[in-house]
Design a protein around this ligand. Structure first.
Ligand SMILES: Nc1ncnc2c1ncn2[C@@H]1O[C@H](COP(=O)(O)OP(=O)(O)OP(=O)(O)O)[C@@H](O)[C@H]1O
Ligand SMILES: [Mg+2]
Length: 361
C-alpha cells in the first residue's frame, strides 16, 4: 500500500525532471506525473498539510543531492509541480465529494421508488378490503334488525361494527398514503393549522408533557398550498408519536420558520418553510430510523399500525416537500426531531368571502 513517505522518491524524481529538463515535452510529462501523484495522494488520505510537508522534505533531499544548485534559482520552476500536485488533489477531492453526494441522491431515489411501489400495493389492498368491509357491515346491520334489541347477539354485533369502524379508519390512512394528489389544495397558513391542531390534541396529552410552539422568526402567515386535513394529519401523527416516545413526561417542542443552515435541508428545499417537531423521548436507534417511513413498520405492535409516518411521508411528497429526521437513543440527551420542509406559496393568497382563502395568481 502507498504511504505518503513511500511516495517521496516519486515526487523527488518529478522535481528533478522539472528543474533539469531542457526538453519541453519531458517537462510536460513530469507535470502530468505530478498531477497523477496528486490523485494518488488523495487515495492515501493525505491532507493539504501533508502535501506541504512532503514538498519541504523532498526539497531538502533535493538540496542534499544537488548542492551545487542554488534553490532560490529554481524555486519558480518548482512551484509548477507543486501547483499541479495540489490542483489534482483538490479536483480529485471534489470528484470524491460529488460521487458521495450522487450516492446519497441515488439512495434517496430508490427509497422513494420503493415507497411509491408500496403505496400502489396499499391502494389495491385498501380498495379490496373496503369492498369486503362494506359487505360485513351490511350483513351485520341486517342481522341486527332480526335480533331482539337487548339480546346478547346485539352486543356481539355492536363489537363487530366497532371493529369495522377501526378497519375503515385504517383503510382511510392507507389511501391517504397511496393517494397521488391532494383532495382540495388551497392556500393554508401553516402556522394557524399547527396551532389549531395542537389545541385539539393537547387535552388528550399527559399533564407532564410540556408542549411549546414557537412561530418565529416569520413576520407574516406561512402560506402553503395544501388541504387542511393533510396538514392536520402531519401534525397529529408526529405529535402522537412524540407523546408515545415521551411516555407521559418530557418536552414536545414545535417550531416553524424558514429553513436555516442548521436544518440541513435536502437539495431543492433550502428556501422552504421548515416545521420542526422535537421531543425529549426515547429516540430511535439507526436501524429503526432507516425504516420508519415504511408502511406497516411499527415497534408498537399490536397497538400501532405502522402507518402514521408513511401517511406523513406520502402527504409531504404530494405537497412537493420533504421530511428528514435526527434522533438519539442513547447517552444523556435522547430524543427525536422531525423536520418537514414545505415550499412557500410565492404569491400572496387573495381572500374569498364565500370559500375561505385561495391561492392568488
Ligand atoms: N418521535 C419518535 N420517537 C421515537 N420513535 C418514533 C418516533 N416517531 C416514530 N417512531 C418510531 O417509528 C415507528 C413508526 O411510526 P408510525 O407513526 O409510522 O407507526 P406507529 O406509531 O408505530 O403506529 P401508528 O400507525 O399508530 O402511528 C414507531 O413504531 C416508532 O418505533
Ligand atoms: Mg404513529
Amino acid at each position: 500500500m502507498n504511504t505518503i513517505a513511500n511516495l517521496q522518491p516519486r515526487y523527488l524524481h518529478i522535481l528533478e525532471q522539472t528543474v533539469s529538463s531542457v526538453d519541453v515535452l519531458a517537462r510536460e510529462a513530469a507535470l502530468a506525473e505530478a498531477f497523477d501523484l496528486g490523485r494518488v495522494l488523495l487515495a492515501t488520505a493525505a491532507t493539504p498539510d501533508d502535501i506541504v510537508a512532503l514538498h519541504h522534505e523532498t526539497l531538502e533531499q533535493y538540496a542534499q543531492r544537488h548542492p551545487y544548485i542554488r534553490l532560490e534559482e529554481v524555486a519558480s520552476r518548482l512551484t509548477l509541480p507543486l501547483m499541479d500536485l495540489t490542483m489534482a488533489h483538490g479536483m480529485a477531492f471534489r470528484e470524491q465529494l460529488q460521487r458521495r453526494h450522487q450516492g446519497e441522491v441515488a439512495e434517496r431515489l430508490s427509497h422513494a421508488t420503493r415507497l411509491e411501489a408500496l403505496g400502489t400495493l396499499a391502494a389495491g389492498v385498501a380498495h379490496d378490503f373496503n369492498t369486503l368491509l362494506g359487505s360485513i357491515t351490511g350483513y351485520a346491520e341486517l342481522t341486527g334488525d332480526e335480533l331482539a334489541p337487548d339480546s346478547v347477539g346485539q352486543a356481539h354485533l355492536r363489537q363487530i361494527l366497532i371493529a369495522c369502524g377501526r378497519a375503515r379508519d385504517l383503510i382511510r390512512r392507507m389511501l391517504d398514503f397511496a393517494r397521488q394528489r391532494p383532495a382540495a389544495p388551497v392556500a393554508q397558513d401553516l402556522g394557524a393549522e399547527v396551532q389549531a391542531t395542537l389545541a385539539m390534541l393537547q387535552p388528550s396529552l399527559a399533564l407532564d408533557i410540556q408542549v411549546q410552539f414557537d412561530h418565529h422568526p416569520l413576520t407574516g402567515p406561512a402560506w402553503v398550498l395544501a388541504d387542511a386535513g393533510q396538514l392536520q394529519q402531519i401534525v397529529l401523527n408526529l405529535c402522537i408519536n412524540a407523546a408515545d416516545a415521551l411516555d407521559g413526561r418530557g418536552d414536545l417542542h414545535l417550531e416553524l420558520g424558514l429553513a436555516s443552515a442548521a436544518d440541513a435541508a435536502p437539495p431543492g428545499h433550502g428556501d422552504d418553510f421548515c416545521l420542526r417537531v422535537s421531543d425529549t423521548g426515547c429516540g430511535m436507534p439507526p436501524e429503526v430510523q432507516a425504516r420508519v417511513f415504511e408502511p406497516f413498520f411499527t415497534t408498537k405492535a399490536p397497538k400501532g399500525s405502522g402507518l402514521g409516518l408513511s401517511v406523513v411521508y406520502g402527504i409531504v411528497q404530494q405537497l412537493g416537500g420533504d421530511i428528514t429526521l435526527s434522533s438519539r437513543s442513547s447517552g444523556p440527551n435522547t430524543g427525536t426531531t422531525f423536520r418537514i420542509f414545505l415550499p412557500p406559496l410565492t404569491t400572496a393568497p387573495r381572500k374569498d368571502s364565500t370559500n375561505g382563502t385561495h391561492p392568488g395568481h
